[in-house]
Design a protein around this ligand. Structure first.
Ligand SMILES: NC(=O)c1ccc[n+]([C@@H]2O[C@H](COP(=O)([O-])OP(=O)(O)OC[C@H]3O[C@@H](n4cnc5c(N)ncnc54)[C@H](O)[C@@H]3O)[C@@H](O)[C@H]2O)c1
Length: 267
């Protein structure tokens, strides 16, 4: 942690301004695309899971000229079609992600499947020699993270990146620089909040009700902690350069009684 300093308001505002300007001057690019060196000019990538987040990412990546989506995979036909359309690059469509991973021309994969499937898909992608960007949270069960660490350590030439969105925010990057420069003094506490109204809604689906609403069931989901608090917990890890030593939490299901079994509020 930075040494304790006592900045005056004038020096604080001046330095904060410089830090913000520096942050604003750097243009946005996904780190995966920045770091990966493709054989040709473009990184050829595939995407696995083209639901809400996958298509959101595809829209953003479509604007990058050093990457090209050549393949899309989803088990759910309407989302697969939507993914193909959103990519706009005439990608090959697969329902089985292993077929996508078997393609030798694909350098990298973006994984945006539900949390409970992150581990098998990420593991298989690394084993297939791909660079991987996997949406947060990286894993569902503790043992899965240990297995991935081992795999990544064995493959130093491959990149595994986790999609924790605050790391790409100019605001948070600026706050991080302010912490690093000691402008906030000796930072010992982070209080983070996330409020949302009306909260996650149960999507009607007579055939795949639970799978489509995977976020709302503990069988598939870590609930609010994994889906939202993970971003803020990561901010604290990032600012302090350390991981939590222990965790205490409380929560309840008080307001949204629609059949879900994850809490609708947590602390
Ligand atoms: N970084 C962020 O801010 C952010 C925001 C939203 C979601 N996410 C993360 O993105 C992931 C996806 O969330 P979402 O909201 O898009 O969920 P979603 O349910 O809308 O989409 C998931 C998609 O994966 C598909 N899928 C499920 N199993 C599959 C398999 N075995 N192979 C291929 N496709 C499969 C589903 O059919 C669906 O289309 C989650 O891990 C979530 O936490 C991150």
């Amino acid at each position: 942690m930075p040494a304790k300093k006592d900045p005056t308001r004038r020096t604080f505002v001046k330095t904060a301004g410089a830090v913000t300007a520096a942050a604003a001057a750097s243009s946005f690019q996904g780190p995966l695309i920045q770091k990966v060196k493709a054989a040709g000019d473009q990184v050829l990538y595939g995407i696995i899971g083209t639901g809400g987040r996958g298509t959101y990412l595809l829209k953003h990546m479509a604007g990058l000229d050093n990457g090209r989506c050549v393949s899309v995979c989803d088990v759910f036909e309407p989302n697969l079609k939507n993914g193909v359309q959103t990519a706009g690059t005439n990608p090959t469509a697969y329902k089985d992600y292993r077929e996508l991973l078997a393609r030798k021309d694909i350098d990298a994969v973006v994984i945006a499947v539900p949390l409970y499937v992150h581990f098998p898909v990420t593991r298989d992608a690394l084993l297939a020699g791909k660079h991987v960007f996997c949406e947060k949270s990286l894993v569902f069960k503790p043992e899965e993270v240990h297995a991935l660490r081992t795999l990544v350590n064995e493959r130093p030439k491959q990149i595994l990146q986790v999609g924790l969105q605050r790391r790409y925010s100019k605001f948070y990057q600026t706050a991080k620089q302010m912490v690093d420069k000691g402008m906030l003094g000796n930072v010992t506490h982070v209080m983070a909040q996330w409020h949302r109204n009306p909260g996650w809604q149960m999507k009607p689906d007579p055939v795949r009700q639970r799978e489509r609403n995977w976020r709302l069931f503990r069988e598939y989901s870590g609930g609010l902690t994994a889906e939202l608090a993970s971003h803020q917990i990561d901010v604290a890890d990032w600012m302090f350069g350390a991981h939590p030593e222990f965790v205490v939490g409380v929560g309840g299901l008080e307001f949204i009684k629609d059949g879900r079994d994850v809490y609708d509020n947590i602390q």
